[in-house]
Design a protein around this ligand. Structure first.
Ligand code: BV8
Length: 225
């Protein structure tokens, strides 16, 4: 039974209208990572961090999945085998596009997390610093996002999928952030066929056997169909 493991990054959502991180006008260009995507930033200035994610949650609510998201959903529905989408993205465009087997290794804009008791609940559209946790009532609500220096979710399960992969495809990720950027090496160790879908070679592009260069809305449907 064929197993296809797919890693996606901001580039797969770019043509839906969501900014990527490292494009010249990207998210990090407007904000220093240290100011908005670390636990220290949240401790130092919770309002700046919460507002950064409120803005991204509002933006994500305005956009729709594109042909690349929908092609991956078709692949999952039609393949005689297993398709796992491991996404670094915190939007829910894969789910809106019809994918069901999705793992948000860096969390989700739709989630809220209690910094005091680890309780999780659906995030409100607008979160405020000090919002109470519905479980322990501590004023400790935070976005359920994995920040720099925090452990990505489900690491054991992720590495099991990589060890079983027959095909590993990375779509729209610059290969700058670990441990996700190291997944291609794990997949190669498992003997998987490796493909990179991007506008250009990523920082780990030399580790992929095949490259499909171009916009994901063209290259991913061409691959799937
Ligand atoms: C951890 C959530 C350990 C927040 C994010 C080893 C070596 C070096 C550094 C490290 C290392 N291990 C850990 C580190 C530190 C750090 C790291 O990697 N730093 C980098 C900057 C050097 N990693 C971490 O901190 C990670 N944690 O390892 O914990 C640990 C151990 C023990 C105990 C505790 C902890 C956690 C990292 C997660 C951070 N959170 N996101 C949010 O979203 O706001 S990272 C964020 O940037 C994304 O989630 C994503 O992961 C990452 C990269 O972004 P991309 O998705 O790749 O987007 P980017 O803009 O960069 O690229 C877009 C690509 O798309 C481009 O290539 C472009 O060409 C392409 N593209 C554009 N348009 C299209 C397209 N392609 C096709 N079609 C198009 N139309």
């Amino acid at each position: 039974m064929t197993k296809i493991v797919i890693l996606t990054g901001a580039g797969i959502s770019a043509e839906s209208g969501l900014e990527t991180f490292r494009a010249s006008d990207g998210l990090w260009a407007q904000h220093r990572v240290e100011d908005v995507a670390t636990p220290e930033a949240f401790a130092r200035n919770p309002k700046l961090v919460v507002d950064f994610y409120n803005a991204r949650r509002a933006q994500a609510a305005e956009v729709s999945p594109n042909a690349a998201h929908r092609a991956l959903a078709r692949l999952e529905a039609e393949l005689d085998g297993e398709v796992v989408v491991i996404t670094q993205n915190v939007d829910d465009l894969h789910e809106q596009g019809g994918s069901q087997n999705v793992m948000h290794m860096h969390g989700s804009l739709k989630g809220a997390l209690c910094a005091a008791c680890d309780h999780r609940w659906p995030a409100p559209m607008v979160m405020a610093p000090g919002d109470p946790c519905p479980a322990c009532n501590a004023p400790a609500a935070r976005p359920d996002i994995v920040w720099f220096g925090e452990m990505p979710y489900d690491m054991d399960a992720l590495f099991e999928h990589l060890a079983e992969a027959d095909v590993f495809a990375a779509i729209g990720t610059s290969g700058n952030v670990y441990p996700a950027a190291g997944f291609v090496a794990e997949a190669r160790r498992a003997g998987a066929q490796t493909l990179e879908f991007n506008l250009e070679r990523s920082a780990v592009g030399n580790q992929f056997a095949e490259h499909r260069v171009g916009p994901a809305t063209q290259t991913v449907p061409a691959w799937v169909d």
